[in-house]
Write a protein that binds this ligand. Structure first.
Ligand SMILES: *[C@@H]1O[C@H](CO)[C@@H](O)[C@H](O)[C@H]1NC(C)=O
Ligand SMILES: *[C@@H]1O[C@H](CO)[C@@H](O)[C@H](O)[C@H]1NC(C)=O
Ligand SMILES: *[C@@H]1O[C@H](CO)[C@@H](O)[C@H](O)[C@H]1NC(C)=O
Ligand SMILES: *[C@@H]1O[C@H](CO)[C@@H](O)[C@H](O)[C@H]1NC(C)=O
Length: 232
């Protein structure tokens, strides 16, 4: 079977944060896309992944070859980045599957009020991330609900256009209703975009790091550089 299209649901009862390290890395091997043993694809892929330099908080790109040794396509969700490769072109393509959904077990006590504030915040941050240009499609913000504060983050891969980023985030944010409406904190990651929110926990840094250099162009059917999800 393909990696599931349905969000993988994890109930986080003990974790103090959605970024709990034992939830990552989360691999999805594309089982419809087999690699033959003698394939030059395999060698090229290994060489390519070895050559990709990643930040320390992302980890090595080649690790995914050990997890999905015989697949032409795979996605590896890490805490601070997402790595994907495919035999078909994924550049400038909105990929919302597979996805990985994490959420707190606790429900918010006044779901209607909470959801209204949350949707407004996510809608604003969706536009901000999409409008971020080709160097930073990332936005964070907060909003108050009674005595509580919701902190949220939205992010797209840098290869997406403004509209593609909006489409991607609309799709993954729309999945809230299927997995985890009204939860105190949720993170849904997809290959092309992700969002996260938490209640009374500013999970992102306020200090904005310098913009990274623009990604180097890569061969057509190869993935965009990893690290595009690295949280600043
Ligand atoms: C898996 O690979 C097939 C063949 O390349 C592709 O059509 C499909 O979209 C891939 N599945 C995912 C979830 O990327
Ligand atoms: C790929 O390999 C899996 C498991 O080895 C097998 O079940 C599947 O039929 C293969 N798919 C193709 C398209 O050959
Ligand atoms: C991810 O980034 C956060 C914030 O910078 C950091 O605390 C955490 O250790 C990083 N995770 C990994 C696996 O490096
Ligand atoms: C909430 O966001 C505003 C900007 O909209 C920012 O000025 C403020 O510092 C943030 N508050 C907290 C507690 O992070």
């Amino acid at each position: 079977m393909d990696p599931p299209n349905l969000p993988l649901l994890l109930l986080l009862t003990l974790a103090s944060t959605i970024d709990a390290q034992d939830l990552f890395p989360k691999p999805y091997c594309n089982s419809t896309d087999n690699l033959t043993a003698d394939s030059t694809y395999q060698n090229t892929l290994t060489t390519l992944l070895s050559s990709i330099s990643t930040t320390n908080s992302c980890g090595s790109a080649i690790e995914i070859r050990r997890v999905c040794p015989d697949k032409k396509g795979a996605v590896l969700f890490r805490e601070n980045c997402t790595i994907q490769y495919s035999s078909t072109s994924i550049f400038r393509t909105v990929k919302t599957d597979p996805d990985y959904a994490l959420f707190y077990f606790q429900d918010f006590t006044s779901p209607e009020t909470y959801n209204a504030a949350l949707q407004t915040l996510l809608g604003r941050l969706r536009g901000e991330a999409a409008g971020g240009g080709s160097l930073r499609k990332y936005a964070t913000g907060n909003t108050s609900v009674g005595f509580n504060t919701i902190y949220a983050m939205t992010q797209c891969t840098l290869d997406l256009t403004n509209q593609q980023c909006i489409d991607c985030l609309m799709t993954v944010i729309g999945r809230l209703g299927q997995c985890c409406a009204g939860k105190m904190g949720v993170r849904i990651m997809a290959p092309s975009c992700q969002f996260q929110y938490e209640t009374n926990n500013r999970f992102f840094d306020l200090v904005v790091e310098p913009l990274p250099p623009p990604p180097a162009p890569v061969a057509d059917a190869l993935p965009p550089p990893p690290g595009t999800f690295a949280l600043v």
